[in-house]
Design a protein around this ligand. Structure first.
Ligand SMILES: Cc1cc2nc3c(=O)[nH]c(=O)nc-3n(C[C@H](O)[C@H](O)[C@H](O)COP(=O)(O)O)c2cc1C
Length: 455
């Protein structure tokens, strides 16, 4: 394990948002991207190794279990439509990396807790303590049609199920004490029965006997990440999450969200430092501001209107086809599918008086996240401001295309953050939990964890 003299208390945490071709919808049309990267595992390896060279805390893979990522009219122009499933990606990347955390998204609406707890505990073993689960309740309505439903259950219902789901998963991750498996050949005792805990959960949504057929994992339990920003989402995060991926495009909104989630933790007996809030940060890096703007404009010009309109329609839960592209956004009916993220976009359109075309151009790149186009120093200024103002503990970095966007960030922005003493120069720990400065959770059975704890 590498130890350094870094003052980690004042360090940002950084995730790399994984979209193999790039986050930008038009990234596959960019001459320097790899259009086949979604199904070319070698490209994932290069990305992970570059991120590790940049000392990122984690790779973060969002997910949707549906190919219908946009309106049907624009679908044949989308690169998001087919790529290697995140769990398979991360398990395979474990063998090509040493320190970087491996976080996959999995839905509490369409998974089952036993199978999910088992997979993540196994990923934690395979990666020697680098697994994280991004808990989501599912944003893409078409996912429902792949799981025997016409539509998602209502959001409040999804969150009730999510809460019980998380409780069951955590319970299962506590099935075994660390020293349960004695494997004593002489006596013939494989495990100590007093150190096995049968969950026997009976709730509204799940009946799960347990125990898990995977032992306690290297981090005690995989790191629990969450993405969901409504009141219900914030409450669940305050109760259970260790990292929150947020979508906030303005400092004031970011500060309110940060205070809102951390402020709720006391009632669950939790220390606010034990949850790291990472807003998405979409960046285009240039050696000069003019160069960055030119790179940005070049990418925006590649967005086909069918794609921009389709994505925007899906995000706001309202079909905009037929509305004039150079006219304003119409008044929208209330809808709860992706409410918190729709609000960010609609608010942006109103605030800046944007036409539908201007809005989809803005949205299709950054998807409602904070966006900075500039030099490494300008990007670091924004990051530092959000960090100092308690709007962020770090960022989930969203790059327009790979590999160029990531190289620009690792070679330009990371050294700038390091010069300012805002980011590590070496990993502090071999585990994701250790690098994030998160403690090993206490076990549910009154035993003090003996694993490495960062704080
Ligand atoms: C920052 C952020 C990231 C999200 N990532 C995903 C994702 O990868 N896959 C998915 O199906 N839903 C994703 N969601 C959607 C949530 O699962 C949720 O269904 C939706 O946001 C509605 O809940 P909310 O209003 O609490 O945010 C994300 C939401 C947010 C805010």
């Amino acid at each position: 394990m590498q130890m350094t003299m870094n003052n980690t208390a004042h360090h940002m945490k950084l995730g790399l948002f994984v979209r193999p071709v790039g986050h930008h919808v038009a990234s596959w049309r960019h001459p320097d991207s790899h259009a086949d990267a979604g199904v070319n595992f070698q490209r994932f390896v290069e990305m992970a190794q570059t991120a590790e060279r940049g000392r990122f805390d984690m790779m973060f893979s969002a997910d949707t279990q549906s190919a219908w990522t946009t309106h049907p009219d624009g679908l044949h122009r989308m690169h998001y439509v087919a790529w290697i499933e995140p769990f398979t990606q991360m398990a395979a990347l474990a063998g090509f990396t040493r320190n970087i955390g491996l976080v996959c998204t999995a839905s509490t609406t369409y998974e089952e807790p036993f199978a999910l707890a088992r997979k993540f505990a196994s990923l934690d073993i395979v990666s020697e303590g680098r697994a994280g689960w991004n808990l989501i309740t599912s944003g893409n309505e078409t996912e429902a049609q792949n799981f025997g439903r016409v539509a998602h259950p209502p959001k409040a219902e999804r969150y009730r199920r999510a809460r019980e789901f998380a409780e069951v998963v955590i319970g299962l991750w506590n099935s075994w004490d660390e020293d349960a498996f004695v494997r004593d050949r002489a006596s013939g005792v494989f495990f100590d029965p007093d150190k096995m805990h049968v969950l026997d959960h009976h709730g509204k949504y799940f009946d799960v006997r347990g125990p898990l057929n995977v032992p306690r994992s290297p981090q005690g339990q995989p790191v629990l990440v969450q993405a969901g920003a409504s009141d219900d989402g914030m409450e669940l995060a305050a109760e259970t999450a260790e990292v929150v991926f947020a979508a906030q495009s303005r400092l004031e909104g970011g500060k309110a969200f940060y205070a809102g989630v951390k402020g709720r933790m006391a009632k669950y007996g939790r220390n606010p430092d034990h949850l790291k809030i990472l807003p998405g940060l979409a960046v285009t890096v240039g050696r000069t501001e003019a160069e960055a703007k030119e790179k940005y404009a070049r990418m925006q010009d590649l967005i086909h209107p069918d794609v921009g309109l389709g994505l925007l329609s899906r995000r706001i839960g309202f079909d905009l086809s037929g509305y004039p592209l150079d006219g304003p956004l119409p008044e929208l009916p209330k809808n709860d599918v992706v409410a918190s993220r729709a609000d960010v976009v609609v608010e942006m359109a109103k605030r800046e008086n944007l036409t539908i075309r201007q809005l989809y151009q803005r949205f299709a790149g950054a998807r409602g996240h904070l966006e900075v186009v500039g030099t490494p120093a300008q990007i670091a200024d924004t990051m530092q401001l959000w960090f100092d103002e308690h709007a962020a503990d770090g960022f989930n970095v969203i790059l327009p295309y790979f590999p160029g966007g990531l190289n620009d960030f690792v070679d330009g922005v990371i050294p700038e953050l390091q010069r300012r003493g805002l980011f590590r120069t070496e990993y502090e720990s071999a585990t994701l939990r250790g690098n994030l400065g998160l403690p090993v959770p206490e076990t549910l059975h009154g035993r003090v964890p003996e694993l490495e704890a960062a704080s």
